[in-house]
Design a protein around this ligand. Sequence first.
Ligand code: NAP
Length: 484
Amino acid sequence: MVSRVIPVDPFDLIIFGGTGDLAQRKILPALYRRFCAGQWHEDARIIAAARAGHSAEDFRRMVAESLHRHAAVRASESQRVSRFLQRVDYVPLDAVSAEGWGLLGEKLSPNRVRAFYFSVGPNLFGPLAERVRAYDLATEDTRIVVEKPFGHDLGSARELNATLAAHFDESQIYRIDHYLGKETVQNLMAVRFGNMLFEPLWNSQYVDHIQITVAETVGIDGREEYYERAGAMRDMVQNHLMQLLCLIAMEPPAKFDPDAVRDEKLKVIRALDPVEPHHIVRGQFSAGPEGVGYRECVGNPRSTTESYVALKAHVSNWRWAGTPFYLRTGKRLVARSSVINVMFKDAPHSIFGEEAGRHANALSIRLQPNEGITLKVTIKEPGPGGMRLIDVPLDMSFAEALGPENQDPPDAYERLVMDVIRGNQTLFMRGDEVEAAWAWTDPIIAGWLARGDVPKPYDSGSTGPGDAELLMKRDGRRWQGIKP
Ligand code: NAP
């Protein structure tokens, strides 16, 4: 089964911060793959901009190296790489002065989609938006793309929204949460709203609770300064886990259209109750075979930043009242695994008697790695020993089901950048959504500060602090294992 490639209109994509880590490691390799897939119009162009005084030729050499490193380019692809590089240009430019803007203006073509990708620190979003307008570079068909983090709290997110709104309409602003570009995350909507099977059971009458786990084995190497200011709550929960929760909990939108989907997600965030302090566990990894502990990583022996969060959330609406959502995420855990477990209630009455044991269905949606779905069903244990029940998995790995050409789903950035060119905002966060997420997160963080909360240490390579197990145990539940 080969996926269809729908070509996009001709575009000029301007990457501010084109020499940076994100551009070189993610954005440019993603653009190269879409170029190889034939999704680009032959006139499309990329213009990278940063302060460094590279020539276009130097910059192309830098991109070629990055493609070899990050896009697994083979020697046999050299001609294709050169054709791609012919469409790549570079302008030395400063976001906070007049340098380079005139030259950038000269390089842009009229009558085509113009996308300005702000792949720079958030402090430059405002100056860039202002200058794109001031130098008259924005046309009718212009969009801007802004990277995470979108603010540090509600106040800064509001400020950022207001700054961008002073220069661009909301319909032109694409706030990236790269989780939404993951094939399997989009599949959440397909599974829920494309099948008759699940939706009738998707409520508190049938669902006991939901677990959302995003576990990472990596630490914070290379991001120490940012992470120490952010922590897991700001880095992961406020955006990625919140988005997963929204997609799992939202009502079916009337259609798959940007505002219809985002309206429903916003309603979920606004229906979230404040989280009780005893319903949250914070953790910080200690040293282990994988490396030094968190505090040594950031060079702060008294750091109280969390590298792990587990919490119990409630969505107070008709569908979900009484069904808790347990969220957890952490660094240096036992395995890399993002999975959503929908844990159904026990059958109301067992005709097989107490000795058959208690059994409940569970639907696991694996986002990474080994994307797929497993439904745990109860059957009779084989053999003549009477009616004993066991649980077996109905397992579907998407890679197996969809064939080898789909083993390697496209990177999230491939999908997202093409959506920007197409002008489709469905997989991007709207300003009010981001603000609502901060409005829920801020009091949690403020509570930690007020109480002088110190995260619980946990062993690197473990499943997190023991208190996270207690959070579940107190409710008579337990986390599903974190498996690679
Ligand atoms: P980075 O490696 O530090 O790159 C920053 C880029 O901005 C460089 O190209 C730099 O080049 C340019 N720049 C800095 N000051 C400038 C100015 N005054 N005018 C024009 N260009 C300027 O940062 P990054 O890791 O690529 O991250 C970029 C953004 O993406 C950040 O907002 C980050 O939070 C976000 N993000 C990154 C990742 C990731 O994996 N890296 C993941 C998610 C989100 P010059 O110094 O030559 O100007």
